[in-house]
Design a protein around this ligand. Structure first.
Ligand SMILES: Cc1ncc(C[n+]2csc(CCOP(=O)(O)OP(=O)(O)O)c2C)c(N)n1
Length: 667
């Protein structure tokens, strides 16, 4: 039976679909519409807060979701209620989520569609829109590496395609031939911005050619077209993994969110698109074909309305969350049962850089699901040659050269974690993490707290000055991250610590920023066990003991402390090498300060807002009665890191430390 028919403005070609599928599509597209209509009433009654309407766009979310298998991940956006309903999430959980109740998905910690759920293979957005696209790359990479023959679908509006994340994610997906369906819902406006102020080409699908990527334009108001075309494309991608760019033409029939209105949208545009309503047109079509009777329609709608009301009642009846600080704090990080691994293997004197390399190599051998990613890390061995020879040993699938796409690669690392794998990402220089800053501080750091999803990712950060490399290859930017709950920050000073702590970082399921000072790479040597071992986070090392003063430091600055003490034999100091900054070993600091009565903190970072400020404040708060002098901080001067050697020497605190220490001793 051929069902090609025009209904108002939409042609439904149902040649290959039987009646049951058509009715399933109808029910699936109707449900989010009925829920939204109810939400709009509740909004007017002041019973819910913000609402981002997807009315008029339901065919896309629903059609794409039904075209995928339930085991395949979908990464929806703020207008994609249809993804959630088509995956059959119990409605009370959605309602509870929107009301900030405990049986939602984020325990009241995030709003609207900002959540994911592994049970339904849905990964919700963060507000920044674009990062979803790179996360999809990571999930797809995992499925490609595991040969699961699955596709991943990710959504964005046309506004979101202007973000760098879009470009990076499509580029990476194409270079790596990842099975991702990039679904662009082109609904005419990004908040109030029309498409001609958003991009300057005819169709977003045209951009596919620039990425070497197949693309299609699909009528986003036609549920049959969306479902059949996406089903065909998804099948083809499962057999032949590759990314595909899909542009769905549609229209946003309501305001960006309900409070923002639609005054800036010409009425004739609204009227024209109202004629293309995806639900009403499909309903009319099905009735005209005798597939849907009036009686069936009433029964279906009644059943949905009853379900909505029943589930709403239980969400409204649920108690509000009673805040408990301990519960909140305990959910920031995934629990990590640290396993102490020691060995009696022979020790060899190696350089700092060799210790990092050994750790990576032994961890790669230990964890088959560990992937290394970074610019030039494969055959070339990385900017510092740390991964030289790794490709021969572990293959190019696991030792991955990346395009210069810090955001997309960090997002892809998040995606790998969602798909149950782990990764180490090498920043070529720690300075360049700023190009991937958003996913670190907003995606990786907050996911566990928001919806219980860990980010099993280590970012390796070759950092620091003293190498005459100027403002963009010398920074020590740990304070950008110690400020952000959800991240761990490790900063070793010695080869032994570097190896053991990097091994632990790779075992830890939380996001870890691992700082490696470049000036230490080839200058610091130490006896290090040749076999694999771990060291715990949050344990400083007391590398010298004395009663005069507590010197607290980390990274290259620890070596400046030791050099200074070598020329000041009259000073007997406790020297505390923090080793990890988050978690911070405050116990060791307090015990030492209570013993010596004096504390000085030296770090390479500039002082204002650096971690020395916090350590100083903590000492004041916890050890005030024991102090014989004000706590001293010594750091770099408040300028960018200068290039010329004599300027850099003035910038760095190394030469000022001696005087500051002696002043404190004399106080
Ligand atoms: C990085 C970032 N910039 C700005 C915003 C504010 N904002 C939220 S949604 C939106 C419009 C998005 O337009 P589009 O991607 O076309 O999706 P639509 O809302 O039309 O579905 C804007 C500007 C944001 N959330 N994140």
């Amino acid at each position: 039976m051929s069902h090609t028919s025009a209904s108002n403005n939409i042609i439904f070609n149902t040649d290959h679909l039987d009646t049951n599928i058509l009715l399933d599509l109808y029910k699936a597209i109707l449900k989010p519409r009925l829920i939204e209509e109810k939400m709009l009433v509740l909004l007017r009654q002041g019973k819910i807060s913000k609402w981002f309407s997807g009315i008029g766009q339901e065919a896309i979310a629903v059609g794409v979701t039904l075209a995928l298998n339930s085991e395949e991940y979908i990464l929806p956006m703020h207008r994609n209620l249809g993804v959630f309903t088509a995956r059959n999430i119990p409605l009370y959980r959605l309602f509870a989520q929107w009301q900030g109740k405990a049986s939602g998905f984020t325990k009241g910690r995030d709003r609207s569609f900002h959540f994911g759920t592994q049970a339904y293979k849905i990964v919700g957005m963060i507000s920044h829109l674009g990062p979803q696209l790179g996360v999809a790359d990571g999930i797809a990479l995992a499925s490609k590496l595991k040969n699961t023959n699955q596709v991943t679908a990710v959504f964005t509006g046309e506004g979101g395609t202007s973000e760098g994340d879009f470009h990076e994610a499509l580029n990476v997906a194409s270079v790596w031939q990842l099975p991702v369906l990039f679904c662009v819902e082109n609904n005419g406006y990004g908040l109030s911005t029309p498409t001609n102020e958003q991009y300057n080409c005819q169709h977003i699908a045209d951009k596919g050619i620039g990425y070497g990527m197949e693309s299609h334009i699909i009528d986003g108001n036609n549920i049959v077209e969306v479902y059949t075309k996406v089903s065909d494309i998804a099948n083809s991608v499962r057999n032949n993994p590759r990314p595909v760019l899909l542009e769905f033409k549609t229209f946003r029939m309501r305001g960006h969110e309900e409070a923002s209105g639609t005054k800036y949208v010409p009425q004739e545009l609204m009227d024209a698109w109202a004629l293309k309503d995806p639900v009403a047109n499909f309903e009319t079509f099905l009735k005209a074909k005798g597939i849907l009777t009036e009686i069936d329609e009433a029964a279906i709608k009644n059943a949905f309305l009853n379900e909505i009301n029943e589930h709403l009642n239980s969400a409204f009846a649920e108690e509000v969350i009673v805040p408990d600080e301990t519960i909140e704090l305990n959910d920031v990080y995934q629990k990590f049962e640290y396993q102490e691994i020691t060995n009696n293997s022979e020790a060899k004197e190696i350089r700092f850089i060799d210790a990092i390399s050994e750790s990576l190599k032994q961890s790669m051998a230990r964890h088959q699901d560990l992937i290394l990613m970074g610019q030039d890390i494969a055959e070339y061995g990385g900017a510092f040659k740390i991964t030289e020879g790794f490709v021969e040993q572990f293959g190019k699938e696991r030792v991955r050269n990346t395009p210069i796409c810090e955001s997309a690669i960090i997002e892809a690392a998040m995606g790998l974690s969602i798909a149950g794998m782990k990764s180490v990402v090498e920043m070529q220089f720690a300075d360049f993490v700023s190009s991937g800053f958003n996913p670190v501080v907003n995606y990786l750091s907050k996911s566990h707290y928001r919806w219980g999803q860990n980010a099993h990712v280590v970012l390796r950060m070759p950092c620091g000055g003293g190498v005459a490399a100027g403002p963009f290859h010398s920074q020590t930017n740990e304070a950008w991250f110690t400020k952000t709950p959800g991240l761990k920050v490790v900063y070793p000073a010695f080869p032994y610590d570097a190896k053991g702590l990097l091994n632990t970082a790779i075992n830890d399921p939380n996001p870890v920023l691992f700082f490696e000072h470049k000036a230490l790479y080839r200058s610091i040597r130490q006896e290090v066990p040749t076999d694999y071992y771990t060291l715990p986070f949050g344990k400083a090392s007391l590398i010298r003991e004395g009663n005069d003063v507590s010197i607290i430091s980390y990274g290259a600055a620890v070596h400046w402390v030791l050099e200074t003490l070598d020329t000041n034999a009259h000073i007997q100091a406790d020297v505390i090498d923090l080793r990890t900054l988050q978690p911070l070993d405050t116990e060791t600091i307090y015990a030492s300060v209570k013993k010596t009565g004096k504390a000085i903190i030296l770090h390479e970072d500039t002082l204002f807002g650096g971690i020395a400020s916090d350590i100083s404040a903590l000492i004041m708060e916890h050890c005030f009665e024991y102090l014989d002098a004000p706590v001293k901080r010594v750091g770099s001067i408040e300028t960018p890191v200068p290039f010329a050697a004599q300027l850099e020497a003035q910038y760095l605190p190394k030469n000022r430390f001696d005087m500051a220490l002696n002043e404190l001793i004399k106080y």
